[in-house]
Write a protein that binds this ligand. Structure first.
Ligand code: ATP
Length: 373
């Protein structure tokens, strides 16, 4: 890929670096690209070019390299990155860590904010009783660069007796995630229960100074957002309340690991990981991926649910639209969201994970048909 010009203005075309990865990654990303292409075509939007790059556990087994320099460079140079999923349980690097292109991209491109929308599209696919489509709709903002995971490659094991991982919470890192979360709340339609725009700060500030500091900075930044309702939960209570009263939540901000765990709980409320899209946002750079992993037990069977990836594709178009003030891309994103909602609301085409019979490809085709209608 040639070096594109960075900048905020509308471009004549956009370039997406695509990393299919491992396991179900290539299967779901195919459907994601298909849906994005269909929406762009239908709108007659600014052209978007997709170019695939190598990386992941399979690539590591073949070459000894998990993330080739050429692929990382292409991701940095692209307008956005679209990732399937990467890593396989049995494949480890010499230092014993697993392979994750997502982790490397978050670090390499300083993608400090993970955005994880949780939306219920059909009452039949939630394990909760009496919940209508749209009654659960909140967004988790997970701090992506600090917290307990910041020491991922730097823990210490002393004499096979004591293991230590420090937790990192910085003022700079916390201020930027809080601003990002408050801005997200400002642009949200509000919680389904009462339409109020609120930002819930999740932590365990009664136990560790790191989390108390996280909450302190939440309060400091909150003073600049008087229009957003403040809300606090300890992580343990949050796990309870997300199940008991999910309709009360609008936007949630949490430390890295807390956000990681809550994202899976959120996905479980709306049908599982196959419905969990995500964005990883930095300054002028972003990567979009389903929140799930490579699900090796169902890989290669054409049965994975591609909706998380397709919705991540819509998030990518919406982010590009706002970065470049390009309304055509926002329209295309809206088409994808509308098509997914329409297909799931009808409920005739559902994938195996929620009791349906549709293959990965058939679900993608159904969404493309809804886009083209
Ligand atoms: P990682 O640690 O790499 O993030 P994970 O713990 O989130 O991975 P996954 O590999 O994503 O785990 O999958 C866990 C289980 O969820 C899988 O075994 C699979 O049954 C289910 N699952 C995940 N994604 C999908 C999908 N897109 N469609 C259907 N089922 C899925």
């Amino acid at each position: 890929m040639k070096q594109p010009k960075r900048g905020k203005g509308k471009k004549r075309g956009y370039r997406i670096a695509v990393l299919p990865g491992d396991g179900i990654g290539p299967e779901v990303i195919r459907e994601g690209v298909k849906a994005v292409r269909a929406a762009l075509g239908r709108i007659g939007a600014t052209p978007v070019e997709f170019q695939e790059f190598a990386g992941g556990a399979d690539h590591f087994l073949k070459t000894g390299i998990d993330f080739p320099e050429e692929s990382m460079k292409a991701c940095r140079d692209a307008d956005a990155v679209f990732l399937g999923a990467s890593g396989l349980p049995e494949v480890e690097k010499p230092d014993g860590t697993g392979i994750s292109l997502a982790w490397d991209l978050r670090k390499g491109m300083d993608l400090f904010a993970a955005v994880r929308p949780v939306t219920l599209f059909n009452s039949r696919i939630t394990p909760l009783a009496k919940r209508k489509a749209g009654s659960i709709r909140f967004t988790i903002i997970r701090e992506n660069s600090e917290g307990i995971y910041a020491s991922r490659y730097n823990g210490t094991l002393l004499h096979d007796e004591v293991a230590v991982n420090p937790m990192i919470v910085t003022r700079k890192g916390t201020e930027r995630i809080m601003r990002f979360a408050f801005e997200t709340a400002r642009n949200s339609p509000g919680a389904p229960a009462d339409g109020r725009r609120r930002l819930t700060c999740v932590d365990k500030s009664n136990v560790l100074v790191c989390w108390a500091f996280f909450r302190k900075i939440y309060d400091e930044i909150a003073s600049g957002y008087p229009d957003i309702e403040k809300d606090y939960r300890y992580i343990d209570a949050m796990a309870l309340h997300m199940v008991q009263q999910p309709e009360r939540f609008d936007v949630i901000v949490a430390e890295n690991q807390h956000g990681d765990v809550l994202s899976d709980l959120g996905a479980a409320l709306v049908g599982g990981l196959g419905f969990a899209p995500s964005a990883n946002i930095g300054i002028g750079r972003a990567m979009f991926e389903p929140a799930h992993g490579t699900a090796p037990t169902i890989a290669g069977q054409n049965i994975a649910n591609p909706i998380a990836t397709i919705l991540s594709g819509a998030m990518m178009l919406r982010w590009l639209a706002s970065e470049h003030r390009d309304a055509s891309l926002a329209k295309a994103a809206g088409l994808i969201d509308g098509a997914v909602a329409a297909v799931l609301e009808r409920g005739k085409v559902l994938t195996v994970d929620v009791g349906g019979k549709a293959t990965t490809e058939e679900m993608g085709d159904a969404i493309v048909r809804a886009i083209e209608k």
